[in-house]
Structure formats: C-alpha cells, structure tokens
Design a protein around this ligand. Sequence first.
Ligand code: GCB
Length: 594
Amino acid sequence: MLKPKATATRELVSLNGLWKFAVDSGDLGEPWAGPLATKLEAPVPASYNDLFTDSAIRDHVGWVWYQRTARVPRGWAGERVFVRFDAATHEGVVYVDDVEVVRHEGGYLPFEADITDHVTAGAEFRLTVGVNNVLTPDTIPPGLVKELPGGRKQQGYMHDFYNYAGLHRSVQLYSAPATRVTDVTVVTDVEGSTGLVGYAVETSGEAAVRTTLRDEQGAVVATAVGAEGTLEVPDVRLWQPGAAYLYDLAVELVEGDAVVDEYALHVGVRTVEVRENRFLINGEPFYFTGFGKHEDIAVKGKGHDDAFLVHDFELIDWIGANSFRTSHYPYAEEVMDYADRHGIVVIDETAAVGLNSRISGGIADLMSAFGGASGEEGFGPKMAEAHRREIRELIARDKNHPSVVMWSIANEPDTMAEGTDDYFEPLFAYARELDPTRPVTFVNVMMAPPNVCRVSKFADVICINRYYGWYVDTGDLATAEVHLEAELRGWEQMYGKPMIMTEYGADTLPGLHSVWDQPWTEEFQANLLDMYHRVFDRVDSMVGEQVWNFADFQTSVGIFRVDGNKKGVFTRDRRPKAVAHSLRTRWTAIRDGR
Ligand code: GCB
C-alpha cells in the first residue's frame, strides 16, 4: 500500500487534530448516524487511554468513537478521493456520513477507502470512526476478555506492554487520478560499481509507465519505460548503515503527451545477505548494535510524535547504535522513512507477540485463564489467517525501505509445543514468497533452547532474548555468564547461523545505587550488560546485540512492574541511566572501527 504523497497529480489534507470522542458503553445507538453525543475531545494521533482522568475510559474494553467533519477541497472535482488511516488499534470501522466505507483488523498497519462516491468536491462530510481495543485468542496479538464480578470486563493479554488503543497515527484525505499508480516494488542489487534498481509498477487503468531516477542533487541518473524494468546506475552511491544515500524514483503514467499520474519514492541501493554465520550488508559483515524499542511516551501512549521521533534517533546516534527492532509491532511510517534517511538499520517485526498461553515469566497473569476459560489453545487456523494478514500487510507497506534488512514474524512464541513447527513453517514460506530478498526470522524465548525449539530451523538468523542474571541467576552475574556462554555455544554448534541477542537487560530504578551486584541499581544494569558483551565477544557467530529496552515503557498492572517496565537505557522521558554511558563507549568504538 502506497503512502499518500503530494505530487503534481495528488494532493493531501491532514485530518489530524482534535476529534469528538466517546466511549461506547452500549448507549450510543448508531454513533455515525448524527453528531456524536459527547463533550469529550481527543487528539489524533494519540492513544486515548491516558488523556482523561476517568479510569472507566482508561480501562474500557470495546469500541470507542471518534468523529469530525472534513471538507473535500473544491479543486478535487473529477479526482478520486481517499481517506487513509495510518493505524487504528486494534480494529477500525469508518463511516462517511451514514455509509460504512471500510473496516480493518490489526492495530499497527494502514488502511484506506475510496470515498469518491460518497462525497462532493467543495462540500463537508461527517467522518465517524469506531476503534475497538479487544484482543481475543484469535487476534494478533492475542488476548482474552475476562468478566469480573459485577459484570465489568477486563482485557488480559500475554505481552509486556500496555494495551494502548485509539488513532495512534495520522489520518489523511488525499486525491489521486482515476488512472493511477497503485503500487511500486523496488528491488536493488549491485554489480561492480553499477547499481541495479529493479522496479515493478501496478496501475489502475491503462497507461504507459515512465520512470526517472535522480540522485540527491536532482541530476537524472537513469530512465526507463514500461511497467517493469531495471534502472542502471553507474558509479552508484550505496545506502550504507550510518551513511544513507537516497535516490529519488519518479514514476509517471502517461497518456500521449500528458502525465496523468505521478508518484515518487526514495530508493536506497543496497544488498542484504546471510552467508554462513555472517549477516552481510553490501557484501560486508554487519554487526547490529542498538535496541528493542517501543512506541511509548507519557500522555500520548503509542501516539506518533515527531519531536520524540527526532529525539529518539538523536539518542540512538549519540550512543553510537546502528539499529533497532520494531518490537513488537510495525512502527509509524514516519519512523521507517527517518531510518531510511539517517542510515539506521531496522529489523521489522509483526504484531505477533504473546502467542504463548503457557509462558508467563511472571509478566502477565493471564496464562491459566487463557486456555482454561476459553478452551482455546491459540495457534488455530483463525490465528494463522490473522498472522498471514499481518505478514502480508507489513511487507506490502515496508518492502521498499532500504533500512529494513530483515523481517521478524513473531516475538517469543511458544515453539516448544508439538505442532508449533506446523504452524510456523507455512508462515516463513509465505514471508519468503512475498519478499525473496530479505532474511526472515522470529525471536526465540528463553524456555526454548536450541535442542527444544521446533521453529529455529526455519529462521535465517537466530534471534534470541535472554535474561540470565535477571529472571534466572538473579543477581549472580558469575553464574549467569557461565550459563549464557554455554547456551550461545549450543546454538552456534547446532545451527551454524548468524546470531543476534535481540533482548537482554535489567530493570533499573534511576538513582538507586550500590557497591554490590544489587538488581534494580544503575551499577547492576551496567555490570549485567558488560557481562553479556564479554560473552558476545567470545562467540564467533554473534552478529548483533540489541539491549532491552531503549527506554522505560508502560505495561499492564502487575507485581513485577513498578509503573511499567524499567529496563530502559533511558527513562520514559529519555534521560540516560548510568548504563547509557558505558554503552556509548562500547558502541561508538564498534561504530568507529576502534
Ligand atoms: C521479553 C519480552 C519483552 C518484555 C521483556 C521483559 O522477553 O519480549 O516484551 O518486555 O521480556 O522485560 O520481561
């Protein structure tokens, strides 16, 4: 799905700002049928949960409604008109006046509707959006609604981050011609000093396709005609980690002499390859340093914020990191574009987190209720179908980002149980069919070591999350070091694939200090990470380290969490803990080849 862009033939109107907002407790009738009966207003983009002081809103389970009016620009007569939602978490339904125009499941990927037949250029219309935060055993991510004494509902889930909901990302109205570009796929390669930009353009309607590739100075470096082809770039400048270079690909649809549609996208020429136990970018071994992140800030929850976007990337640069994983769901497209422009490498993850009804790790207390209360075990055909959709829509959205070097199709699923290999094998095949150019992985959980995990054999790269020294061997870093090294060597021996530690860390209260190895202190967090780094440096197949987490983040209520997960290297408001300085020393040295 193409990101809406203003070009010579396309226009955009932002619908961000304050919308009317109401919680649906079954008393709203048909909220789209007229003005929404409410005094509340909610900003878009933002999660709604933390905006209000009323806990009934924060803890609501079910539908909420957003409504505003919008005016179609007068000049759009004769154009197709679309409304585009960058995300509605977890399910959205959209009405233009009284008509339902689109419904979408999956909370972190975009959807749109062609509303041309329901609106008039120059006139206003009423736009009403229902957003549902319910997670069930069949959704991605899964969850279970519990009924409490008194009939109140409570949403349970297995993932360790707060179930923020609402319109987290931008909403836009855009125009495009009837005959238009509907999709572009770009695949790049390098032969000697020549860059090869293979492209395929899909259109609605018949028109000739013309493509032009320009460098960063705007000079034309290659042109081609036809819906598919390869643009050759002599003396190509590669997109490199830490040194992004982006060409501009203009796609034009032409009828006779007239350009009927134009779409443009940035192209980074680079290659990605897994060879033996190495991860190669542009043919060179690449070592990942960085974080598992979250989209999470105070008040806005998972609402996208450009100031935090810039600041987070500044901190990533300051600390010397070169990468992050979009744990545990696709991030806003602004984030992906920024990573492209600034040469930050991304492991792009689906929202398939918590596919595990048997593991709690003490994090979520749902497990017994999950199988027991619903009779559902997860991993059924409905979940598989939802999982396929998540993979399909993620790759459709992000396939052209040079920053994305690998797909992660799940975080910490149960891969111990019989049948989990049957569940995952077709999903790996599906991802590879949709994108044969990038490695595909998933992130392995501690309870599934190399001789137990049934799914790692399908992954191109072994990605594992380990908490030696924290959840096991708590506070005993000497024992943790022995166990960590033994396990890594086990993986290396059994698979011979490149390995990334995609999570390791310790909850840390800023300001808490000790001369001993006391969990929760700033010293302990730094010592634990140092211990992991000593081990990584001894194991040849390690190709990366991504600390859990970039910043502290909000979770559901529980006795293992004090106002959220505190494993951040930065606090929730992005102040460095002591460990940030030792990480900076290590990662800047790696970055600078010292
Ligand atoms: C994990 C999960 C992550 C949690 C983390 C923790 O393994 O992947 O979502 O937040 O552990 O801190 O427990």
